[in-house]
Design a protein around this ligand. Structure first.
Ligand code: AMP
Length: 480
């Protein structure tokens, strides 16, 4: 984590139990946003944090808040009430925040609950019924419970709005305004957003009292740790380019972005037909399907995930080595969000973009926003052969779930001799690199390598480099 500050956690004023929890998580030093925000939040100040997911902002607001909650606690929380509310735009982000809160609060008498749509309402009601110190919620489900008089926000002490810009993009503005009206004016408010358009600035002005502004590097600078390239390609040939990309590239985990849900499913089916396993995650998938796909992605079992922007928001998946912009987003900030899924917490990442002639204007907008030109990568060797091979392939039949795969019909993509030679060479280089790293480097983020415990496969299976698995359990095929 080269750009993390040199401050120590024990210089920030946090209590001993929290320092112990951090040591157990192997957090060496605070990230810049943690170093700046923790002392201010401990003092009870309102905070406007401009930071993306991946900067360590969850701990930046959660750690000092937990200390304040413990200090001001007078026993058990009141049933049906919460003391701290963290609002998050997506289920996945809400679940992750709650998970982090539980880890940090280990050994202390702090109750943490999480509620979001897609799970039965009675479960959410049970979650809040005893009263909570920390409640993490998505706005819709929160209002459901308030409307059913199952939750009372009138005693709230700390309000956190996380990913406020995403909240707005997702149309939660009215819900947000309603929620804030239900919360006492005398409270501590912590407001986080990756970007600061005018609307967000106005919202922050309305909700925060004399806030301190803390900004970690602007998105464009964050992107410096990400090697970015763009390849110009016809829309109809993107699938061939993606297939050849995965056949030639050693990945740990790759997120492929599609503008539409239908497009995401189609990409998965084409990859499948070419013998490359991937899952899709988008709004049409059930909560169970999303969790299963996420679990397989985290564990490395299926290390390629095709996602829409909305579904991927806020997901903190450590170890994403590659982001593929299969379609370029219409909104340039979205590009920044997308590529921010890789290069988390100081790691390096690779982002590739496929740009069709129709998308040139999107590319220009992105380059203007990030104030940098994206290097152009030429079409890879063997591309034309891949295009021809793809033309002969039928996409695999639709499948509704990651668990319900049927063996596909249609012809397999057959790599050319060049591709095979290239893969062999890359494989050898990667094996040599992995060996060197294993020898030389201690694990910097053991907690990140573990992934989400809820998604860990039985037997604690570890992450492994991508092998382009043929489906049907017939062994693995190295595709590098
Ligand atoms: P966040 O920006 O809150 O989503 O955090 C991104 C990732 O960085 C999470 O996996 C955290 O567990 C990890 N992380 C946060 N703070 C630190 C730290 N000080 N040292 C190491 N890892 C951290």
């Amino acid at each position: 984590m080269s750009d993390f500050s040199l401050t120590n956690f024990n210089q920030l004023g946090l209590s001993k139990p929290l320092l112990d929890a951090l040591a157990a998580k192997d957090y060496g030093q605070p990230t810049p946003i943690q170093a700046q925000a923790i002392p201010l939040v401990l003092q009870g100040r309102d905070l406007l944090g401009i930071a993306q997911t991946g900067t360590g902002k969850t701990a930046a607001f959660m750690l000092p808040s937990l200390d304040r909650l413990v200090a001001a606690s007078n026993g058990r929380p009141v049933p049906g009430r919460a003391r701290m509310l963290v609002l998050a735009p997506t289920r996945e982000l809400a679940a992750q925040i709650a998970e982090s809160a539980r880890t940090y609060a280990k050994g202390q008498h702090i109750s943490v609950g999480v509620i979001f749509g897609g799970v039965p309402v009675p479960r959410s009601i049970r979650e809040v019924s005893r009263g909570l110190d920390v409640l993490v919620a998505t706005p819709g489900r929160l209002l459901d419970l308030v409307d059913q008089r199952m939750l009372d926000l009138s005693a709230l002490e700390i309000l956190v709005l996380d990913e406020a810009d995403q909240m707005l993009d997702l149309g939660f503005i009215h819900a947000l305004k309603r929620i804030v009206k239900l919360i006492p004016v005398k409270r501590q408010t912590l407001f986080f957003s990756a970007t600061m358009p005018k609307m967000i600035r106005q919202l922050a002005d309305a909700y925060l009292t004399n806030p301190t502004e803390v900004a970690v590097k602007p998105a464009a600078t964050t992107a410096e740790r990400i090697a970015q390239t763009v390849t110009h390609v016809n829309q109809a040939e993107k699938q061939a380019l993606l297939t050849i990309f995965f056949q030639k590239t050693a990945i740990d985990r790759a997120l492929v972005f599609s503008r539409t849900k239908h497009g995401a499913d189609k990409i998965v089916r084409f990859l499948d037909a070419a013998g490359i396993e991937a899952n899709a995650i988008h709004g049409n998938k059930s909560q169970g399907q999303r969790e299963r796909a996420l679990g397989m992605f985290r564990s490395g079992e299926v290390p390629i995930m095709v996602a829409t922007d909305i579904a991927a928001r806020g997901i903190d998946i450590p170890g994403v080595s590659h982001v593929v912009n299969f379609d370029l987003p219409d909104v340039p900030e979205q590009y920044v969000h997308r590529i921010g899924r890789t290069a988390r917490a100081g790691a390096e990442g690779i982002a590739v973009a496929f740009c069709s002639p129709d998308e040139r204007h999107n590319l220009r907008d992105i380059e203007k926003t990030t104030r940098q030109q994206i290097a152009v990568a030429s079409l890879p060797e063997g591309f034309m052969a891949a295009v021809e091979a793809i033309k002969r392939l039928k996409p695999a039949p639709r499948k509704s779930d990651t668990r319900e795969r049927q063996p596909h019909s249609g012809r397999r993509f057959t790599p050319t001799a060049e591709i095979k030679a290239d893969r062999r060479e890359r494989g050898q280089r990667r094996d040599a690199r992995n060996d060197r790293q294993a020898d030389q480097q201690p694990q910097r983020h053991p907690q990140r390598a573990e992934g989400h415990p809820a998604h860990r496969p039985e037997g604690g299976q570890r992450k492994r480099p991508f092998r382009g698995r043929r489906r049907g359990g017939q062994g693995s095929r190295q595709v590098v």
